[in-house]
Every structure is written in C-alpha cells, then in structure tokens.
Design a protein around this ligand. Structure first.
Ligand code: CTP
Length: 371
C-alpha cells in the first residue's frame, strides 16, 4: 500500500505483537504503531475515534477467529476493536485460521453477521495451514487485498457524495381492515443496490414497501411505506434533491376503487372487485427529471426485449434493467438474478445469473459512467 502511495497506520492487537515486532511494522508503514489505549512512554491516550474517522478504508488482516467473534458481538477490549466500532469507512476483514476453526458454525455465523453489517469479507484461500493441515483458512493473498482495495476507490470515484433514491419491495393495496392485494416481491434486489451505493459513499434514500428491512445498512436512510400512493408521494418528495434514482419496486398497477371500513363478509357465491389504476411512480419521475439519471426495472414473461424498450422510452429512462421470469435463478424472492441492461442509445449488456449483490454492482458500475 505504501508503494501505491497510500498513507498507512497500523494497529496491532496484543497477540499480534507476539508474532511481529512493532519496529518492523513502523519501519514499513512509516508511522508509529498503535497497540494500546494508553502509551506509557509518552503518557498519552490513543484516540481510537480519531483513528476510525481518519481512515478511508480499514483492513483487518489477518482477522483471527477471536477478533471476528469480538467484532461480530461488539466487544471493545483492545484498541483494534474500539477503532473498528468507531470507523465510518468501508471495513474489510481477511479471516485467517486453521481449517476446523474456519469451518466451525460459530465462525461461519460470525462472518455472516459481519457481512450483514456491511463489512466486506476478503475470503480465505486454500492451502497449507500453520497446523500442517491443508484446506481453507489461509489469509487472502496481499496482492488480492490490494486489488480489492483499489477497486473500491476506483468504483467510488463517481458515486461518492451523490444523493441517490432507490425504491424496493411490493406495495399492498388495502381492501378492508384485514385484507390487501399484493405481490411476491421480496425487495432483495433494491436492498442490495441501496447497500452497495452507501458502501461507495453515496447518500441513499431507500423507499421500501411492506417487507422486512433486515440487512439494510444503518448508513441507508430508510423510508417505509405501504401502498402505491405512499410510494408515489415518498419518491416524488425526494426526487428533486437527487442525482439519480433506481426504481426496482414492484408497485401495484391497480388498487381497489374503494376500501371497506369493516371486514367484507362472505355473503354471495361470486364476488367482483372493481380495481382502478394506480399512479406510475417511475413515469411521474421521468416527466419531471432534468439533471437526474433515471433507471427503471422491467419484469417480463414474454416479448421481453421489446416490452423493456417500450418502457425505457415511455418512462424517459437512461437505462432499464430487464429480468425475465423465464430465466432460472431470476425473479421474486431469490438471492440471484439474471438481467439484461438496455441503455437509451440501444446498447445492450447481458449478464450471467449471479448473486443480487453482484448484480447491484453491475448496475452501479453502469450508473457511475452516467454520473
Ligand atoms: N413502476 C412504477 N409505478 C407503477 C408501476 C411500475 O414506478 N405503478 C415502475 C417499476 O418500479 C419498474 C417499472 O415501472 O421500474 C416497470 O415496471 P413493470 O411492472 O415491469 O411494468 P409496468 O409499467 O407496470 O407495465 P406492465 O405491468 O404492463 O408490464
């Protein structure tokens, strides 16, 4: 990192100092090492809050089973952990431990928990381990860590500091006090987009329909709504202050024309619902947009490309993300998606089936070229 022109500060846990001397690390990093809350030689207290705020990225490598456990549960009994809790930059962690420790359900769960808080895992590699066992648990190679870090800075350049509106999830259209019309949308795609944008330094407003907000990063400004009308109001209230909007929500197209105040009783054999059109949120933003980059989604079951193209034009979008219900691994509730992105200049990008977190990255990479 020093060779790449970075400014580096090193924090060592007490155990790390059993492996490596402070002199080596201070010589290489060109800075004094931080290892204790209180420095006896100078009589000074190490300000972990300042350290946490100073960094543009925080890399915990190697991250031992012990440190991972403590990080996942908010322990704060050494300088590394206190700084981790104070950091407001992207945090990377590179697990390194022996095979069975790495595979232990506790470790697996802790890694999962840390990722759910928005920390970025630098996955361990396979190979010979300190115990002599061969398997997974070797710390991610330093070159790979550097590549990942460089990617973060390149990816963030045009997104950082921008305000971006994202919507996600279904909407519920109320019929009576106990019933609604809804759809199967889980909101996972939109949540992944909102999180990825926040990790790249954007100010993100996520307007989320009636699904769980679990997994949404604390840095995302969350606005919970229920109906298509609520979605319309919330998105239109924010849009003018935004640089871009990505509308992934499965907004209901129709709602009951009246809502009963009391539960509808089953009196007749047939029951007909009278539905009326809801407002098209995306179209309304397309009509109002000036500087904003506007991105929509299209969910299709037939004539996918033609239908998506029509939506792109009609709703005045910069690009549209098409997912077809005919593709395996795509659609509502899944953790993966398969998309084709069509730009307003007709350029088409097709992608393989991949986790929604990676699809989010593809969408944001294209958005960044517009911003
Ligand atoms: N959309 C919206 N408001 C609506 C309906 C759709 O903002 N009332 C947005 C969706 O969030 C998505 C895009 O419009 O970004 C396309 O949604 P989709 O359901 O694929 O298409 P519709 O426009 O609803 O047309 P149709 O249902 O006839 O395919």
């Amino acid at each position: 990192m020093i060779k790449n022109g970075a400014e580096v500060q090193v924090i060592c846990t007490p155990s790390a100092l059993d492996f490596v001397t402070p002199l080596t690390l201070s010589t290489l990093s060109k800075n004094a090492i931080h290892s204790h809350f209180f420095v006896e030689e100078t009589g000074q207290w190490t300000n972990h809050v300042e350290l946490g705020k100073w960094a543009d990225a925080f890399i915990i490598a190697p991250a031992t089973a012990n440190s991972l456990t403590k990080m996942a549960h908010g322990y704060c009994d050494n300088l590394l952990l206190a700084t981790y809790l104070s950091a407001d930059c992207p945090v990377f962690f590179a697990p390194a431990m022996d095979l069975d420790m790495y595979l232990h359900p506790t470790t697996v769960k802790n890694i999962h928990t840390l990722k759910s808080y928005g920390n970025i895992e630098l996955p361990a590699g396979d190979g010979e381990l300190a115990s002599g066992l061969v398997g997974k648990g070797r710390m991610c190679e330093p070159e790979a860590i550097l590549t990942r870090l460089n990617k973060l800075f390149v990816d963030s350049r045009s997104i950082s500091g921008k305000r971006i509106l994202v919507n996600a999830g279904p909407t519920y259209e109320k019929l009576d006090p106990v019933r609604f019309i809804g759809n199967y949308s889980s909101g996972k795609m939109g949540k992944a987009i909102a999180n990825a944008l926040a990790q790249r330094g954007a100010t993100v407003d996520l307007v989320l329909g009636p699904v769980s907000s679990e997994g949404v990063l604390p840095a995302v400004n969350l606005i919970k709504i229920e109906s298509a009308e609520d979605m319309y109001e919330a998105c239109n209230a924010i849009f003018d202050q935004c640089d871009a909007a990505i509308l992934s929500a499965a907004v209901a197209d129709y709602k009951p024309n009246t809502q009963a105040n009391q539960k509808i009783k089953k009196k007749t054999n047939d029951f007909t619902l009278h539905l009326v059109k809801t407002k098209d949120v995306l179209k309304s933003l397309g009509l109002r947009k000036n500087k904003q980059i506007l991105v929509g989604f299209a969910l299709e079951t037939q004539n996918e490309y033609e239908n998506a193209l029509t939506k792109l034009e009609k709703k005045n979008l910069d690009f549209i993300v098409l997912n077809s219900m005919n593709d395996k691994g795509a659609g509502f509730g899944k953790d993966t998606n398969k998309v084709t992105i069509i730009e307003k200049n007709g350029k088409k990008h097709t992608f393989e089936t991949k986790p929604k977190t990676e699809v989010a990255r593809d969408i944001i990479n294209l958005l960044s070229t517009y911003l």
